[in-house]
Ligand binder design. Structure first.
Ligand code: CP
Length: 292
């Protein structure tokens, strides 16, 4: 693996290899990288979890981090993403973590620049490390993804998390289903009634309503959405005894999930964030080892 831009690039074997290395890092294994590497995190869209989690992973791997502030970079003077990356290549960066609002921004970079590109999220397209940490969290819970029923609920059409997971979960043998309002279905086949699919789900993966991608055209009030598609306390009571709740976060409390459920016994939301650090360590190390 030379870059990681989409879950489509990973085979089931490669995903299992990442899960295994994630577990090793969780268990206290330290980095075996031989060389000193330079990394920069280029976030052109807001982020708390992904950016901080990558930075923690990089520090744990003893990488040297060069700070990049998109809001004070020469992209504001019109420098393109490609030219920005060529600048960072010229001054010696080895790895770039990039989040960008443009879908598939990485197509103009991969194979054309020297630094490894790890996608921290592209528009509504891909969020591979989020998918890997979701997969790891499910695997940690059940020991397998084979035949697990995973229901992804909410703003599917605007969700790079849904797209990345649709590709990857099915590859690992899970049964993936989507639930959303008809107008947010996009290219997916989806259930439009949430109550039909709660009782047999092993995992309910709730998605954030992405108001910022709706061009001011959100059709529901917060209360209406919560009533129709939110994980309410009544719905949580209908879940399987062993069922768990995931959410990539940030979450809108009282919209896609009742505030009381964010930290309930079934919730693995903060566990997902914890796991994200180790998953990102595994991905970065795997890519850099390929260069040694
Ligand atoms: N889950 C996720 O991508 O969160 P951030 O937008 O805070 O990085």
């Amino acid at each position: 693996m030379e870059n990681l831009v989409s879950m489509k690039d990973l085979s089931a074997d490669q995903i299992h290899q990442i899960l295994k290395q994630t577990q090793a890092f969780r268990d206290g294994t330290t980095s075996t990288l031989k060389n000193k590497y330079m990394v920069s995190n280029l976030f052109f869209e807001p982020s708390t979890r992904t950016k901080m989690s990558f930075e923690m992973a990089e520090r744990k791997l003893n990488l040297e981090i060069l700070p990049f502030d998109a809001g004070f970079s020469s992209t504001l003077k019109g420098e393109t993403l490609y030219d920005t990356v060529k600048v960072l290549e010229s001054i010696g960066l080895d790895v770039l973590i990039i989040r960008h609002e443009q879908n598939n921004y990485f197509e103009e970079l991969v194979g054309k620049v020297k630094p490894a590109i790890i996608n921290g999220g592209d528009g509504t397209g891909n969020h591979p490390t989020q998918s890997l940490l979701d997969i790891y969290t499910i695997w940690q819970e059940f020991g397998t993804l084979q035949d697990k029923v995973i229901t992804i609920v909410g703003d599917i059409n605007h969700s790079r998390v849904a797209r990345s997971n649709a590709d990857a979960l099915a590859k690992l043998g899970a049964q993936v289903r989507f639930v959303c309002p008809p107008e947010w279905q996009g290219e997916f086949e989806a259930f439009n009634e949430f109550d039909e699919v709660i009782e047999d789900s092993d995992v309910l993966m709730m998605l954030r309503v992405q108001h910022e991608r709706h061009d001011g055209k959100t059709t529901f009030s917060k209360e209406q959405y919560h009533h129709l598609y939110g994980l309410t306390i009544e719905r949580e009571r209908k879940m399987k005894k062993t069922g768990i709740i995931l959410h990539p976060a940030p979450f809108n409390r009282g919209v896609e999930i009742a505030s009381e459920l964010v930290e309930c016994d079934r919730s693995r939301i903060f566990k997902q964030m914890e796991n994200g650090v180790y998953v990102r360590m595994a991905v970065i190390e795997m890519i850099l080892k390929g260069r040694e």
